[in-house]
Design a protein around this ligand. Structure first.
Ligand code: ATP
Length: 210
């Protein structure tokens, strides 16, 4: 299938659509309307129709979308046929939670190894994932691991990032509050849970829903 260029806003909704369609498929449904999809994923149906037109999926009136077609498209586009290997740095409370959860059930990404400086954690396994010492990073981090999750203290984030990039990491999911710098060739996503929570509380107070 030819890879077409999908707008970033649409691409961000892809995993959401994919998860829902997988559930539909396993319950045996062959087709779905944009209204049903809209209700389930909480995206308005006009947006869904526009998004899906990028996927080459044209819904028919009174029929809806073909679930199999959409699924195979999403699988290809999201590279679900191939597992993306991930390294996690910082096996603290948050890091441990991610290791136990791992992500393999939802989408084909898998945390392959963890790193920490704490001797009590090194050499153990958390949720089947081996934990190495940071001193071993250059030695054990192989080219097939392209993504890293950062759950270290903020002060360590930049220095660790620089080392990861030297080892060929292409994408970083930063859970520390630190604003880190990466070269253009590296994709950086930042999730600051404290900021998100504070922002939610602010919105609740200042923009009441009712
Ligand atoms: P979390 O913030 O994940 O809930 P925590 O409160 O248990 O964790 P933090 O002090 O935030 O602990 O540290 C997170 C983890 O990062 C700890 O396991 C710590 O040992 C580890 N860590 C600290 N410094 C480094 C470093 N330079 N490199 C790798 N790991 C580190």
């Amino acid at each position: 299938m030819e890879q077409l260029k999908i707008p970033q806003a649409t691409a961000k909704r892809l995993p959401l659509y994919y998860r829902f369609l997988k559930n539909l498929h396993s319950s045996g449904k062959q087709r779905v309307s944009s209204a049903e999809l809209s209700e389930a994923v909480k995206v308005d149906s006009a947006t869904i129709r526009r998004d899906f037109s990028y996927f080459g999926a044209l819904g028919k009136k009174g029929y809806g979308y073909n679930v199999n077609y959409l699924l195979s498209f999403f699988r290809k586009t999201l590279d679900q046929d191939e597992v993306t290997k991930v390294a996690l740095i910082g096996v603290g409370n948050l890091g441990t939670a991610f290791l136990n959860y791992n992500f393999i059930k939802n989408n084909n990404t898998k945390i392959e190894m963890g790193f920490d400086v704490d001797e009590d954690k090194v050499g153990k396994q958390v949720g089947d994932v081996p934990i190495y010492h940071m001193d071993q990073l250059e030695e054990v981090l192989k080219g097939d691991i392209t993504v890293a999750i950062l759950t270290v203290p903020a002060t360590a984030a930049q220095q660790i990032t620089d080392r990861l990039i030297k080892r060929g990491i292409k994408g970083i999911l930063n859970f520390t509050p630190a604003r880190i710098n990466v070269p253009d060739k590296v994709r950086l996503h930042h999730i600051d849970l404290a900021v998100e929570l504070q922002s939610l509380v602010y919105f609740l107070k200042n923009y009441p829903t009712e």
